[in-house]
Design a protein around this ligand. Structure first.
Ligand SMILES: Nc1nc2c(ncn2[C@@H]2O[C@H](COP(=O)(O)OP(=O)(O)OP(=O)(O)O)[C@@H](O)[C@H]2O)c(=O)[nH]1
Ligand SMILES: [Mg+2]
Length: 336
């Protein structure tokens, strides 16, 4: 595969670690996988580093072609099994793939990290595939802060597809929706998932709904419910695709891949799709800024004299008043 990118991979590694990690790191995918692996370890230990590195003007490329695919759903729905088959299909199509499994420790599938290694075993020796499990470290939304950095690094390193697997249903999806270009919700037929979905009000969140394990129970009822509940109320809006699969029988994977491609086409060609991408970009910038500024705010609060905090605790002064004072100080500092 010919890689036409301006990114200097060895420079990236150097930036991350202060030293050259891999000798002769060129367009060799094995080196890229190693660099990404080490880079992510650094990011996990220092998430702010991601911003430093990714914000560095040296790390630009002509155009990122990476597609970020978020795969979410209840524990044991079959996300890793489907990921494994999707990786196989994408590799057959000549695409390189990075898989980031966030907090893969759901109690239902028991020892999921080990299980995932077994399920994705066939790809571990493939230099065009990167697989990594990441702890969510209690981050709300199930997407570790460092996952964002890892996704962007994988993009910079030129992976064509980046699959992010997260466990969850309900609120936790919103973060993966922000991060992923295409969000897939994996469900099981007759599992009571429908009821949970209605309760959580998440049926508008995903771009593709996959009813997996259709070998165990008929997916028809759930597919109908999904059609009824996910139809957009405007013809310009993306119509979520609903796909029945059986990872066990390796059925329906091609339909997922086609649906992802259709969604990508919609986003790049349709004005509404373009608007969605803009909204995601703004949210990503906001979150990144938040991560940069929060430690500074925390430091400023730690310097507030204890007596002032006591006043707040005793109800003599509202916390908002102190926040206001601090905000003014920050603003003065920011204006030259
Ligand atoms: N019969 C059947 N079993 C499946 C299918 N897909 C997955 N499984 C099984 O369901 C179990 C859970 O599958 P995983 O792929 O680990 O599910 P997961 O969603 O990644 O689970 P967590 O990461 O723990 O949330 C495993 O024992 C799989 O072999 C399917 O289509 N049919
Ligand atoms: Mg899994």
């Amino acid at each position: 595969m010919i890689i036409q990118r301006t990114l200097d991979v060895s420079q990236l590694a150097k930036q991350l670690t202060g030293e050259t990690l891999v000798d002769g790191m060129t367009d060799n995918w094995r080196s890229r996988v190693r660099a990404l692996s080490r880079a992510i370890t650094f990011l996990e230990n220092d998430p702010l580093l991601a911003l430093n590195v990714l914000g560095n003007a040296g790390f630009t490329q002509e155009k990122s072609q990476s597609r970020v695919i978020g795969l979410t759903g209840l524990p044991g729905a079959g996300k890793s099994s489907l990921t494994n088959l999707m990786v196989r299909a994408l590799r057959k199509a000549g695409k390189t793939v990075a898989v980031l499994a966030v907090d893969p420790s759901s109690p239902l599938s028991g020892g999921a990290v080990l299980g995932d290694r077994v399920r994705m075993q066939e790809h571990f020796r493939d230099p065009g595939v990167f697989i990594r499990s990441m702890g969510s470290r209690g981050a709300l939304g199930g997407v570790a802060r460092s996952t964002r950095g890892a996704v962007r690094l994988a993009g910079l390193l030129g992976f064509d597809a980046i699959i992010v697997e997260t466990v969850g249903i309900g609120q936790s999806e919103s973060e993966i929706v922000e991060l992923a270009d295409t969000t897939i919700l994996v469900l099981m037929p007759n599992s009571g998932d429908e009821v949970q979905l209605m309760k959580a009000g998440v049926l508008q969140l995903a771009d593709i709904y996959v009813v997996n394990k259709s070998d165990l129970a008929s997916p028809a009822r759930m597919i109908n419910e999904l059609h009824e509940n996910t139809a957009p109320d405007h013809p310009d809006l993306w119509c979520p695709q609903i796909v029945a699969t059986s990872a066990a029988n390796e059925e329906g994977i091609d339909k997922i891949i086609t649906a992802i491609e259709q969604h990508q086409l919609y986003e790049s060609n349709h004005p509404k799709g373009h608007e969605l991408r803009k909204q995601r970009a703004v949210k990503e910038i906001l979150r990144a800024l938040h991560h940069v500024i929060e430690p500074e705010f925390l430091e400023a609060i730690s310097k507030v004299p204890p007596s002032q905090l006591e006043e707040i605790i005793e109800g003599k002064r509202p916390a908002l008043a102190l926040a206001h004072d601090l905000a003014l100080k920050f603003r003065r500092k920011a204006t030259p």
